[in-house]
Design a protein around this ligand. Structure first.
Ligand code: APR
Length: 230
C-alpha cells in the first residue's frame, strides 16, 4: 500500500470544540504564551501553568473525534498511514488511528519535571495535576507537553516518516512553529502534497502544494475518497 503521511495541527480538532492557537479568539489571545507555555513560566508560577493545562485536559476529555479524524482512521484500509501531529489531544487515537507520533507531547500524560524519559510518564485524567503530585522519580509532576524553547525529541523520527511519504496531507496548521513547520520540506521529490485549511495559507513557493480550502471535517473525507481512486 502507498505510504500516506499526515501532519496535523490544532485546526483538525477545532470542529471537536478544541480551541486553536492563532485563529481569532484563539488560546494565545486568551493566555500570554510566556505565562503558561514556557519552562520559565513553570518556574515562575507552576500553579498557573497546571491550571492552564488542567482546563485544556478537561476540554479534551469532553471532546469527541470529528469526521476528519474518523476519515483518517478509515483510510488505513487503503493506505499505510502514519500521523505526525502537533496536537496534544488524543482524538486521532480515539478515532482509531493506529500509528500516531506526537511532536509536542500528550496532555493525558504527566512526567518528571527534572529529567526526560518515558519511565516517568504517568496517566493523568480529569483529576488533573496539582502542586505536590509526584512523578515516579519524586519530582513535581508536570504536563507531558513540549513548551516553547524546549527540545522536540520526536523531530528526527518525524523527518524520517515524512521522507517516506508518497502522499503528504497537512491539515489545520498555520505552519508557524518550528521545527514542525519545516517537516514539509522533508517530503521526497514527487510526493503529492495537500494542504487542508479553512483559511488561505501562505503556501511555500519552493514546493508545489495543493491547497484544499474548507473545514477539515467536510473537505478531508472528500479528498481522501478522491485520493483512494487514483
Ligand atoms: N478546518 C481546517 N483548518 C482549520 C479549521 C478547520 N475547522 N479551523 C482552523 N483551521 C486552521 C487555521 O486556519 C490555521 O491555519 O488551522 C490552523 C491552526 O493554526 P494554529 O492555531 O497556529 O495551530 P497550530 O498550527 O497547530 O500551532 C502549532 O503552536 O502554540 C503551538 O504547540 C502549539 O502545537 C501548537 C503549535
Amino acid at each position: 500500500m502507498k505510504k500516506l503521511v499526515v501532519l496535523s495541527g490544532a485546526g483538525i480538532s477545532a470542529e471537536s470544540g478544541l480551541g486553536t492557537f492563532r485563529d481569532k479568539g484563539g488560546l494565545w489571545d486568551e493566555y500570554p504564551v510566556e505565562e503558561v507555555a514556557t519552562y520559565e513560566a513553570w518556574l515562575n508560577n507552576p500553579s498557573l501553568v497546571l491550571d492552564f493545562y488542567n482546563k485544556r485536559r478537561e476540554a479534551v476529555l469532553s471532546a469527541k473525534p470529528n469526521n476528519a479524524h474518523i476519515a483518517l482512521a478509515q483510510i488505513e484500509k487503503n493506505f499505510d498511514v502514519t500521523i505526525v501531529t502537533q496536537n496534544i489531544d488524543d482524538l486521532h487515537e480515539r478515532a482509531g488511528s493506529k500509528d500516531v507520533l506526537h511532536l509536542h507531547g500528550q496532555i493525558l500524560l504527566g512526567k518528571s519535571s527534572v529529567q526526560e524519559g518515558d519511565s516517568n510518564f504517568v496517566n493523568v485524567g480529569a483529576e488533573g495535576i496539582k502542586l505536590g503530585d509526584r512523578a515516579p522519580d519524586g519530582s513535581q509532576l508536570r504536563p507531558h507537553v513540549v513548551w516553547f524553547g524546549e527540545p522536540v525529541p520526536n523531530i528526527p523520527r518525524a523527518e524520517e516518516i515524512v521522507a517516506e511519504a508518497e502522499i503528504l496531507i497537512i491539515i489545520g496548521t498555520s505552519l508557524n512553529v518550528y521545527p514542525a513547520a519545516n517537516l514539509l520540506y522533508k517530503a521526497r521529490r514527487g510526493a503529492k502534497i495537500y494542504l487542508v485549511d479553512k483559511n488561505d495559507v501562505n503556501a511555500p513557493k519552493s514546493i508545489s502544494v495543493h491547497h484544499v480550502k474548507g473545514e477539515a471535517s467536510k473537505t478531508l473525507p472528500q479528498l481522501l475518497s478522491e485520493i483512494s481512486k487514483i
